[in-house]
Ligand binder design. Structure first.
Ligand SMILES: N[C@@H](CCC(=O)N[C@@H](CS)C(=O)NCC(=O)O)C(=O)O
Length: 275
């Protein structure tokens, strides 16, 4: 883990050479809250990092560097990288231990959330950092020329449904998961769970209608929209299928099963797995 942290720090220096390598503060949390936004964090140690020549090969990294964890948001990017056949190196950021708050990671994503990438070969040939899973998917689709249709109407439909996932499915399913799984004991008021369960069901209904007579969300075939959406649908099906009445959404279930039949997608789901 220490070596991975050093890789993260070195990659950060590639794109943020103004950062110093010393006095980086590592923050940790004893609580695992994949869906949470505000949970207690405490600094457990402070140590200095120094660079040695053994890290030089990382300074010359030619592959995309992925910083992630296999949560529904993290899985999106693992799937995209595998499906697109892009070369990459994956680094696990353990949000259970507060690694998303380490300065070296904050330099890559100022919002302290996974996933994030560093591409040493950005659009202008120089290194670039990209955070927010939707932005990363668009970036990778453009780089690989895959999974984002070129035909203008289909392209805008793809972007439209990607925003639907980013602004609707992700946040609402996430809040539902928080109140259903993690805040069960903390919050006795039924209102938040009801609100987010109703919204999750409503969104499943929107998807159900969209998938009527369609194999994938966009008619062009499997796209970055499916990669962004099905990990959330799959995750809540595993945890709350009865509560959210998944049996009422047969088109959604059939589509999710189709996504799960793709070997590269299966590989992508396992990138940065939580052990
Ligand atoms: N909108 C962001 C959301 C990312 C996000 O919420 N990531 C979660 C894991 S699924 C995280 O890093 N949580 C850590 C925290 O909240 O401290 C995206 O899609 O990239």
């Amino acid at each position: 883990m220490f070596y991975l942290r050093r890789l993260t720090t070195v990659a950060t220096r590639i794109v943020h050479p103004h950062l110093t390598a010393t006095n980086l503060v590592w923050k940790s949390s004893s609580l695992y809250r994949p869906f949470s936004v505000n949970y207690p964090k405490k600094v457990v140690s402070t140590r200095s990092i120094s660079f040695s020549t053994s890290c030089d090969k990382v300074m010359a990294a030619s592959k995309i560097q992925l910083y992630s964890l296999a949560t529904p948001n993290g899985m999106k990017v693992g799937i995209a990288l595998e499906e697109m056949g892009l070369e990459y190196e994956a680094h696990t950021i353990d949000i259970r231990n507060g690694e998303q708050f380490e300065p070296s990671f904050v330099a890559i994503n100022p919002n302290s959330k996974i996933p994030a990438i560093v591409d040493p070969d950005g659009p202008d040939g120089k290194p670039i950092t990209v955070f927010e899973s939707g932005a990363i998917l668009l970036y990778l689709a453009k780089k690989s020329n895959k999974f984002l249709p070129e035909e203008p109407r289909l392209k805008w439909e793809t972007i439209e449904w990607l925003f639907f996932q980013m602004a609707g499915v992700g946040p609402m399913f996430g809040q539902f998961g928080h109140f259903f799984l993690f805040a069960k004991e903390k919050c006795k008021d039924p209102y938040p769970l009801e609100r987010y369960a109703n919204e999750a069901k409503r969104l499943l209904g929107v998807l159900e209608k969209r998938l009527e007579g369609r194999e994938y969300i966009i008619d062009a075939g499997y796209t970055i929209v499916d990669m962004a959406t099905f990990p959330w649908v799959h995750s809540l099906e595993e945890k709350a299928s009865d509560f959210l009445e998944y049996s009422k959404y047969p088109n959604v279930i059939a589509w999710k099963s189709r996504c799960l039949q793709r070997p590269a997608t299966i590989r992508g789901l396992k990138v940065c797995s939580i052990s």
